[in-house]
Design a protein around this ligand. Structure first.
Ligand code: F0G
Length: 454
């Protein structure tokens, strides 16, 4: 059969409250045009993030009942640790409440004043944790990764020549080399096994630990299986093991490819670094056999890790985005190609060249999309990145709208609805006006700033 179906049936549902365009326009005004300010009940299809928003399976809910809440030595931790080590063969597995907590602990060990940490592209919380420690975050993704129209199969790859030059230049001030799979900031684009191997080799040649941010490791492995020569016949767990066997550690947000609503971990091979990490963990998260989580969460994640590597799931997962990208592209709407693993990205700079980047064209698209269809998306452009540390404003490199799909949550008719809403939006595109920010905090302004339409 050619039709790729959702490989699950639904046992428990959450109703979507229908609203009219007039109601949504009023809600948006009341939220001062910040989509983070909306009540989730007023959203029909919530594509704000794929983080912690997915559906747990019946087996995961069953596993939560097995959860053991002992403060120390919980069997839930043993099951969690075994499930992680089955895919990622690291010696020390340190549970945290989410990915950024693992990053904070990692930076307490490796960050610090004047240090320089390269990656393909650091996610914003990783960058935040690096910079808060006094270090500098550097993004060395290949040139194709910055080009929304390049059809390169692995647009998340690190530029190896740039990494080598970087290591030569910064030498002793580089504590670790990082790599984000898939590259979220670059549109959920994958990194090839060959590239992971090359990054590992550069790190090793310079005697630096190599740490993978593995949030979307299963989607990345699926792309490797589909696109990398010689990988097509291998199982997903096999490919995953290969990726992580080359690293010295990892950070993880289990809210992505572990099917968790909460959770994360830090993994390390080195005994001394792991000891430092556990001391920090006890200070900031909790005892090493639960970290920042309840025993029931650890059991849900252990089960989730056995489900996320299922090929029928991954085929459906990645196909959802491809399906939307193909149709929007055919309609002439500028989308980032090829489709990434967890999200569809719209290039608002190309779609709305008449709106100045500092009048936030991607924000204008996101607001109108909500008005038309009740769809909540996320601006990744000058609202998110435009404010400089000195308070001045500078346009971001790209003005994108991200539609991130929660896992196992929406169906194909929801995808068709999103496509239809974009058709309506296209018919009104010339009417769209920009926005100005009327009030903003000093950092992370996109979460809480207020807007007025121009
Ligand atoms: N690394 C990557 C690549 C991420 O995408 C995220 C989160 C994190 C680290 C931090 O993990 O949220 O568990 O603390 N990304 C979410 C998103 C928030 O919407 O893309 P966390």
């Amino acid at each position: 059969m050619k039709t790729i179906i959702e490989p699950f049936r639904i046992k428990s549902v959450e109703p979507i409250r229908m609203t009219t365009r007039t109601e949504r326009a009023a809600k948006l005004r009341a939220a001062l045009y910040n989509l983070f300010g909306l009540h989730a009940d007023d959203v029909l299809i919530d594509l704000l993030t794929d983080s912690g928003t997915g559906a747990m399976s019946a087996e995961q809910w069953a596993a939560t009942m097995r959860g053991d809440e002992s403060y120390a030595g919980s069997p839930s931790f043993e099951r969690f640790q075994a499930a992680v080590q089955n895919l990622m063969p690291f010696k020390h597995i340190i549970p945290t409440h989410q990915g950024r907590a693992a990053e904070a602990i990692l930076m307490a060990i490796f960050g610090g004043h004047g240090q320089n940490i390269p990656s393909n592209t650091h996610f914003d919380t990783t960058r935040g944790n690096i910079e808060a420690s006094g270090a500098f975050a550097h993004d060395l993704v290949i040139a194709e990764g910055r080009d929304g129209q390049s059809n390169h199969p692995f647009k998340g790859n690190m530029d190896i020549a740039a990494l080598e030059a970087f290591m030569d230049q910064h030498g002793d001030s580089v504590p670790i080399v990082m790599l984000t799979i898939t590259n979220n900031a670059g549109g959920g684009q994958p990194v090839s096994l060959e590239n992971i191997r090359a990054v590992a080799a550069v790190a090793k040649a310079h005697g630096k630990p190599f740490i993978i941010d593995g949030c979307r490791f299963a989607e990345n492995a699926w792309f490797i299986k589909q696109r990398e020569p010689g990988q097509g016949d291998r199982s997903i767990p096999d490919i995953v093991r290969d990726c992580f066997a080359m690293a010295d550690g990892m950070t993880m947000s289990a809210k992505k490819d572990a099917f968790g609503n909460i959770g994360g971990w830090l993994a390390l091979n080195d005994d001394g670094f792991a000891e430092q990490a556990r001391v920090r963990l006890i200070q900031t998260e909790g005892f090493p056999t639960y970290g920042g989580l309840a025993g029931r969460d650890l059991d849900a994640l252990a089960q989730g890790l056995t489900e996320i590597v299922d090929e029928d799931y991954l085929r459906y997962r990645v196909r959802t985005n491809e399906y939307i990208v193909e149709r929007l592209d055919a309609m002439g709407i500028p989308v980032v190609k090829p489709a990434g693993g967890h999200a569809v990205f719209i290039d608002a700079k190309r779609w709305l060249p008449q709106i100045d980047p500092l009048h936030y064209p991607a924000h204008a698209v996101a607001c109108r999309l909500y008005e038309i269809g009740g769809i909540r998306s996320c601006e990744i452009g000058s609202v998110m990145f435009g404010r400089q540390p000195d308070g001045s404003e500078k346009a971001a490199a790209m003005e994108l709208v991200r539609l991130a799909f929660p896992r196992r949550t929406y169906t194909q008719s929801h995808a068709d609805y999103v496509i239809e809403a974009f058709g309506e939006l296209q018919a009104e595109i010339d009417d769209l006006k920009g926005f100005r920010i009327t009030q903003e905090p000093a950092i992370m302004r996109h979460f809480t700033c207020r807007f007025a339409p121009l």
